[in-house]
Design a protein around this ligand. Structure first.
Ligand code: NAD
Ligand code: UD1
Length: 334
């Protein structure tokens, strides 16, 4: 099977490409290097022994996407490419709506034209909004998203649902990720934090490496076991494996709209993560408790039982693995 992976040089994309190659898929990547580097291609080759074909192209350039479909017989698509910084999306909403929505519509249009009707889309737990319960299951449905980034995820899910309703030959997977962290155990690929990170693990890594002085813990008066925010962290390698399972499901079950939560089903607080990172890596992380970050929820984690039942997938790696592998990758970046 030949699978086109958009955003395949990025954090989650590159780990998924490794799993796809290791499962015998023929992979073609399209990425515009907005948030990745070309040498990820070599790292994928170092890990798997196979170099994927890479097109440095932009999804906003519809002609170029069409050329890729003309040149290659593509069977299915995994669509990661998009912008993902929540704070930036509030400052520059048009940039986010343009890249995430127009890029996706261009891709879908060309897929339709070339009769490629299998796609997996990278969605997010953010589409649940604030449902009022901590354990999110797919049956809750989409809620009210709270920022332009989240709106693009919710809107793209809606577009894909409408597409399926209009032509039920499509096989569509909507995968809602919780908080992906960690890195490949080789330390060759991972998430390269650029500038001052917004997310917790990239921030901890910069404190660990001495680039930032201390972690700001956003609030310790939440209704959680230690007062700090609780999230469901999932190892990016588990996530990559989940994509292979989801693709197999689309191939086996045929047309349909398949929605799955990808999380570890465990909630860990900010301080749980800090303490585990300190313990497994033997490094002290300085932190200060500061004001809550606007818009943050106290606690949520995944119900991933549907993915376990229907895909035979379950997150296997522990918080210790995530902390060790994230730091192992970061150390190799110096
Ligand atoms: P990433 O930024 O590392 O990867 C995205 C890749 O897409 C990058 O390599 C970037 O260069 C590329 N890209 C962006 N716009 C493009 C365009 N117009 N044309 C071609 N390439 C383009 O992000 P990631 O963490 O790997 O996330 C992948 C997907 O998963 C995104 O859609 C993201 O919204 C979604 N997601 C991520 C998280 C997370 O916490 N990382 C959580 C939920 C959902
Ligand atoms: C956010 C987004 C989500 C996105 C995810 C990964 C929302 C509601 N959620 O999730 O859509 O998929 O990022 O990109 O927009 N924290 C600190 N100090 C820091 C950073 C974070 O204490 O410097 C705390 C937060 O308050 C939170 C936890 O750590 O309790 C996790 O934060 P973060 O990594 O930013 O992810 P989310 O906010 O869960």
């Amino acid at each position: 099977m030949r699978v086109l992976v958009t955003g395949g040089l990025g954090f989650i994309g590159s780990h998924t490409v490794v799993e796809l190659i290791q499962n015998g898929y023929d992979v073609i990547i399209i990425d515009n290097l907005y948030n990745s580097e070309l040498d990820v291609k070599d790292k994928i080759k170092d890990i798997t022994g196979i170099e994927p074909k890479v097109y440095i192209k932009d999804l906003l350039d519809k002609k170029e996407i069409e050329n890729i479909f003309k040149e290659n017989k593509i069977d299915e698509v995994i669509h990661f490419a998009g912008y993902k910084a929540v704070g930036e999306s509030c400052k520059e909403p048009l940039k986010y709506y343009n890249n995430n929505l127009v890029g996706t519509i261009n891709l879908l249009d060309i897929m339709k034209k070339y009769n490629v009707k299998k796609i997996i889309f990278s969605s997010s737990a953010t589409v649940y909004g604030n449902p009022g319960v901590p354990k999110y299951s797919e049956s809750l449905g989409r809620g009210k998203t709270t920022n332009p980034y989240g709106n693009t995820k919710s809107m793209i899910e809606q577009i894909l649902e409408d597409l399926y309703k209009s032509d039920n030959i499509w096989s569509i997977g909507l995968l809602r990720y919780f908080n992906p962290i960690g890195a490949h155990e080789s330390g060759l690929i991972g998430e390269k934090p650029v500038g001052i990170p917004n997310n917790l693990m990239p921030y901890i890594l910069k404190v660990a490496s001495g680039e930032l002085e201390y972690l700001r813990v956003f609030g310790n008066d939440y209704n959680t076991h230690d007062g700090t925010g609780v999230r469901d962290y999932i190892h990016v390698v588990d996530l990559g494996k989940g994509h292979v399972k989801a693709l197999e499901k689309l191939e086996k079950s045929g047309p349909g709209l398949y929605i799955y939560n990808f999380g570890s089903e465990k909630g860990y607080s900010v301080l749980d993560l800090v303490k585990t990172f300190e313990k497994v890596n033997n490094i002290n992380i300085n932190y200060k408790i500061v004001e809550r970050r606007p818009g943050d929820l106290d606690e949520y984690y995944a119900d991933s039982s549907k993915a376990e039942k229907e895909l035979g997938w379950k997150a296997e790696k522990t918080l210790e693995d995530m902390c060790r592998d994230s730091w192992n990758f970061m150390k190799k970046q110096k």
